[in-house]
Design a binder for this molecule. Structure first.
Ligand code: PAF
Length: 282
């Protein structure tokens, strides 16, 4: 399986494929691949002739130096997992200099408020960093389709807006959240949880599921208070936010509108490890 470090080599192989009218899928990742990522890759393989999986821990989207330092990295293990899926995968694992070619710095974006709520409130500059690297990856790969997980639902909506604003000719494909046996949303950060905490972290999804059952009859305020109460009682998990928001605008729901779709979003700390999750409510 080809593993490229530089845009130039990647580009010449992709040009050859494109000249034969072969379609290219892109799965952008920060590595430490788990079944959640692999489900995106499998979908991409089913829908494209060639799939580029990028593996790059993007420094500009971290607002916390120690989170960046401790982010798990293991390219050899990632390549081995991908190797077992298909021979039509190309890995693109650039260095910081190779992908940023110049200053390692975010551009400033305006996503009309999508970037200001939830993750945007708590992770300053995060979405500028995400949009910068995703734009660079789109430029380097020029994929027909790109695959993003719904676990990072706010990110997904922002990428769709980015593509729209910049007229980038790529189809964004959302992919459902994969969960561990206890319901914990799969994430590379789960590896950093002590085993017992990881076992108990199914609690986060249980809370989301109960919030969903309450959604039919209770107000947003009532549900938010109930969730806050559950976390006040928890010794292991600290709630950063719980929000019920419109899926398109991501604005908090004040009063339920009949034809709108809503999701509940949550961010939780287990020690110093930050976990996010979300669930469709209707
Ligand atoms: O979702 C992620 O893993 C990252 O935010 C992404 C899209 C690969 C950009 O670094």
């Amino acid at each position: 399986m080809p593993v490229f470090r530089h845009k130039k080599e990647l580009n010449s192989l992709l040009q050859e494929k494109k000249s034969k009218d072969l379609t290219i899928g892109l799965v952008p990742t920060m590595g430490a691949l788990h079944q959640g990522h692999l489900s995106l890759v499998q979908k991409a393989i089913a829908e494209n002739n060639t799939v580029v999986v990028s593996v790059f821990v993007n420094p500009t989207q971290f607002d916390n130096e120690s989170d960046l330092d401790q982010y798990p990295r293991n390219l050899d293990a990632d390549v081995a997992l991908l190797h077992d899926i298909s021979e039509n995968i190309i890995v693109f694992a650039p260095s910081r200099e190779a992908i940023y070619s110049g200053e390692i710095k975010s551009k400033a974006y305006n996503f009309e408020g999508l970037e200001k709520v939830m993750e945007g409130t708590f992770r300053s500059g995060h979405f500028d960093g995400v949009a910068t690297i995703v734009e660079l990856l789109f430029k380097a790969v020029q994929p027909d389709r790109a695959y993003f997980g719904e676990k990072d639902f706010q990110q997904l909506q922002i990428i769709k807006r980015l593509v729209n604003q910049k007229n980038i000719p790529v189809e964004i494909i959302p992919c459902p959240i994969l969960r561990e046996k206890n319901g914990l949303a799969m994430s590379s950060r789960n590896e950093r949880l002590p085993k017992s905490v990881r076992n108990d972290a199914g609690f986060i999804y249980e809370v989301l599921q109960t919030a969903k059952t309450k959604f039919g009859t209770k107000s947003a305020k009532n549900i938010k208070d109930w969730v806050a109460d559950q976390f006040d009682k928890s010794k292991l998990f600290k709630l950063e936010y719980f929000e019920i928001a419109d899926v398109e605008t991501l604005t908090p729901m004040l009063k339920k509108q009949k034809h709108q779709k809503y999701r509940a979003f949550i961010a939780v700390y287990a020690n110093d490890i930050r976990l996010i999750d979300n669930i469709a409510l209707n």
